[in-house]
Write a protein that binds this ligand. Structure first.
Ligand code: FAD
Length: 461
């Protein structure tokens, strides 16, 4: 610990915190059940601070876990090695520039998404990456995890909405990748290598992001079903009818029940539209729901009203946390699956997810961003109960097998972190490309030659 005194001297006492309670808070993200106490939490306030910490880690053979707001759900932001410094970018949270002509903004990456979007409203613009955690999660966290969200049916994930990054790599050098233009073909696409890199390649210190105009108008409905396949078929049918939904979110019967919506399968569907077409689009939304045995239980003619209707859907993770802690106290672990399948395979995949949950008997609710095929079965267990833990992890991994079977992905938006390393190997085996994991290791060595950044995430070192 004497070395950390040097770091305190270099950066200032208020940036290097060694209090054990603070270190314990920063050791993990919500879903981690394996973690180590870091040596310190360092709050970077500039790229130069990051350079200092990286050089310090190289010199003293320490690891770095970069964190923003630690809302990751796969153990991505957990500290899992001894001799680690947690490097927090949460104080790097300023908007540096907004261009209402170029439709871009330059931000420090720790800014929270809701705070960013609130400011953008003044310009009539949005950063349309809208995770259910948007009150707390950062712009940088969404980019580095390759996240998505509730507007994903139309706008897609963070990878579509980032133009450029500044980062400090594992040699202590600063690099800038990407452009201020949407078109950018300057050699290899290193920018998108950082998307989904989960803090394993470098520390992002600035992001240039694309913006979209706020919609002129919005309409949405909430429909309920007795059968998950009818709900899935509604989404399939909406696509066939060329209804370009902005939001298509769902919760299964157990999830709807847990959040107070009754024991039905619930679908939220909404579209951003030009003013004047509200009644016509609303009628089309109702038609497609009813054609698939859905009962429309609520409708909204404005985004503000629909946003309120969506609140119960945002409880897909918090509601199980509450229930799990009531049942298992401090031993509760909540794991959220994160698979996606092509829309055409949703009915079969969703039926199979539901059947697996019933077969395993582990408490689980399901919901997700059904508009982009993303299903989040969310299960909870008591980590002191070895048999329950074994079955829960098996079920969690079984969801990945369902994704592979239906031409989907084992990880749509949360990343691999600690929890999906075995599933990742299985996914690449299924693509006859097991050598990709070794390629990842080689890529990491180029950016991080001393192996300091977020070790053991995505793949074992
Ligand atoms: C209730 C709830 C709902 C959620 N809903 C969604 C959802 O709808 N969609 C979705 O995509 N996700 C969702 N998530 C997961 C999570 O919110 C996202 O993954 C989010 O993008 C993480 O952001 P963060 O700011 O908390 O980043 P963190 O969790 O702190 O970090 C994310 C990753 O970036 C790395 N990192 C941290 N700082 C840096 C840096 N400066 N440079 C490089 N790497 C760094 C970390 O090591 C980690 O691997 C949800 C989580 C919760 C708890």
């Amino acid at each position: 610990m004497s070395e950390l005194k040097d770091l305190k001297k270099e950066l200032g006492e208020d940036k290097v915190i060694t209090d054990p309670d603070i270190r314990r808070i920063y050791a993990r993200d919500p879903a981690s059940f394996e973690f180590q106490l870091p040596l310190a939490v360092v709050y970077a306030e500039s790229a130069d601070d990051v350079v200092d910490v990286v050089r310090y880690a190289i010199k003293n053979k320490l690891y770095i876990t970069p964190v923003f707001h630690s809302t990751s759900l796969s153990g991505n932001a957990a500290t899992v090695m001894k001799n680690t410094i947690v490097l927090s970018s949460e104080r790097m949270n300023k908007i540096l520039e907004v261009s209402d002509v170029d439709w871009l903004a330059v931000v420090q990456p720790g800014i929270k998404i809701d705070e960013f979007n609130l400011e953008l409203m003044r310009y009539g613009l949005q950063w349309p990456v809208d995770p259910a955690s948007s009150k707390t999660a950062s712009v940088g966290g969404s980019i580095v995890n390759g996240g998505g969200g509730m507007r994903g049916a139309k706008y897609g994930p963070a990878s579509h909405w980032v133009l450029g990054l500044e980062a400090v790599i594992g040699t202590g050098e600063k690099i800038r990748v990407g452009c201020r233009t949407v078109k950018c073909r300057e050699g290899y696409d290193i920018l998108h290598l950082f998307v989904g890199s989960e803090g394993t390649l470098g520390v992002v210190t600035e992001a240039t992001v694309r913006l979209a105009p706020l919609p002129e108008a919005f309409v949405g409905v909430v429909a309920q079903y007795d059968d998950i396949v009818d709900l899935a078929n509604t989404v399939v049918e909406a696509r066939r009818r060329r209804l370009w939904l902005m939001v298509a979110e769902f919760m299964d019967d157990d999830g709807s029940d847990l959040v107070g919506l009754g024991r039905k399968y619930t679908l939220w569907m909404g579209a951003d539209i030009t003013a004047g077409s509200e009644q016509r689009v609303l009628a089309r939304l109702k038609e497609v729901a009813e054609a698939n045995r859905g009962k429309v239980v609520a409708e909204a003619a404005e985004w503000r009203d629909f946003f309120k209707l969506l609140e119960p859907r945002r409880l897909l993770y918090p509601a199980p946390v509450k229930r799990a802690v009531e049942s298992y106290g401090g031993n509760a672990v909540i794991l959220m699956g994160d698979i996606a399948v092509p829309t055409s395979r949703l009915p079969e995949a969703m039926r199979e997810v539901k059947a697996a949950i019933q077969r395993y008997g582990i408490p689980t609710i399901t919901g997700g961003h059904v508009g982009d095929g993303n299903i989040h079965p969310t299960l909870w267990f008591d980590r002191s109960n070895e048999e329950q833990k074994r079955k829960a992890v098996e079920l969690f991994e079984y969801f990945g097998k369902i994704a592979i079977k239906y031409d989907g992905t084992i990880s749509a938006e949360h990343g691999i972190g600690m929890h999906k390393k075995a599933m990742l190997r299985e996914a690449y085996d299924a693509k006859n490309s097991p050598q990709l994991i070794n390629l990842f290791k080689e890529i990491k060595k180029i950016f991080d030659p001393y192996g300091i950044f977020n070790p053991n995430k995505i793949f074992d070192i």
